[in-house]
Design a protein around this ligand. Structure first.
Ligand code: SF4
Length: 360
């Protein structure tokens, strides 16, 4: 079998491998080698019989993605550009949410906390006006292994121990609900107890609000967290920012969210991109409170990150704080997302766009 025809083993759930490899206990061993010991060759899987190692080596790949660019921000966030097997590129970002804390004697008290933001598609069909990924159009869906490998390589590149759990957000390039099959498979692979064991409670799908797909996700009952990129409180503005709103308006999204099963201790996150003089006023805050009435919601305010050529601007800190305070006063949990990686072109698609530009 030629190398080109080989599939990546990282795209298989344990259940799928059980249909291909026997006896069953070998699958656990393979998962251990892949996700704990992180070997790069099946031939190194020492506790497997030689013939199985050779068979796997002939049939499957372990590594398909290549890191072709890396930008480190002063806050510790790292943006990666991965080259896929077909030479397309996608981004992923390691966000350092909390720094390590040390004891007086220099020993470590708390390890740093990380979130990995992964891409689910090459490009995107949704076409948000503020997004650089959208400008490049849609190329293709990522396969499950291409999603899994982004996280795995980031673990390796940062020497993060396999027992440390990162949070995963499907918020990089692409609309995850538009590639639900592969994203759902990646979720299962990440959460497998014999693999990376990253619980579904640590994983969040962030969607532009494809209402019908939110219902589909609800039916799958994966137990995953949901985040909605709302960004505006009236359809007219939302349509301008997110043309997809024509097909899925605000009311349809809110109804779908009301139907979505939410874990007792969890809330649905509403992302609200604050854009200067567009949606950062108290009138919008009032409408938002009304819209979310009765939903277990948490609002996350995000500063718009201007990129070269963007028609929008970053809001003033004062306006964002006033907006937040209004929501808090009305009993709506509201946080302001720290601007991670401001100095590394952190909005999705920016690194890729730069790279494509450089190649031209
Ligand atoms: S913001 Fe997200 S959903 Fe919108 S176009 Fe960009 S990648 Fe797609």
């Amino acid at each position: 079998m030629s190398k080109e025809e080989k599939k990546s083993i990282l795209g298989f759930t344990k259940e799928e491998l059980q249909k291909l490899i026997s006896p069953t206990f070998r699958i656990k061993q393979i998962f251990n080698w892949l996700y704990h010991k992180r070997v790069k060759s099946f031939l190194d899987m020492k506790n497997l019989p030689k013939n199985l190692r050779e068979e796997l080596e002939n049939k499957y790949n372990i590594k398909e993605l290549e890191i072709i660019s890396k930008q480190k921000s002063s806050d510790g966030s790292i943006k990666y550009l991965f080259k896929l097997k077909d030479n397309h590129t996608v981004e992923a970002v390691l966000l350092k949410m909390k720094d390590a804390v040390y004891n007086e004697d220099g020993s470590i008290k708390h390890l740093p906390k990380y979130t990995v933001c992964v891409s689910s598609q090459v490009g995107c069909k949704v076409g948000c006006a503020f997004c650089l990924t959208a400008k490049g159009g849609f190329v293709r869906d990522l396969k499950a292994n291409e999603i899994v490998e982004q996280v795995l390589q980031i673990y390796e590149d940062n020497n993060i121990d396999c027992n440390r759990k990162v949070n995963i957000v499907y918020m990089g390039m692409g609309e995850p609900l538009d590639n639900l099959e592969n994203v759902a498979k990646a979720i299962k692979i990440f959460s497998d107890m014999d693999g990376m064991s990253i619980s579904v409670h640590r994983q969040t799908i962030s969607t532009s609000g494809l209402s019908s797909k939110i219902d589909k996700l609800a039916k799958m009952d994966l137990g995953i967290n949901l985040a909605i990129s709302l960004h505006a409180v009236d359809d007219e503005l939302r349509q301008k920012l997110m043309p997809i709103n024509k097909a899925y308006n605000i009311a349809s999204i809110i109804e779908a969210v009301r139907r979505f099963p939410v874990n007792l201790r969890k809330k649905v996150m509403f992302e609200y991109l604050m854009i200067k003089d567009v949606n950062d006023d108290i009138k919008s805050a009032k409408k938002l409170v009304k819209l979310l009435n009765g939903i277990k919601a948490k609002v996350n305010l995000i500063y718009f990150n201007p990129y070269p050529g963007s028609e929008f601007e970053r809001p003033e800190e004062k306006r964002v704080k006033e907006f937040q305070q209004y929501l808090l006063n009305k009993g709506v949990l509201c946080t302001i997302r720290e601007s991670k990686g401001l100095d590394i072109s952190a909005a999705c698609g920016q690194l890729r766009e730069q790279n494509l530009g450089e190649k031209v």
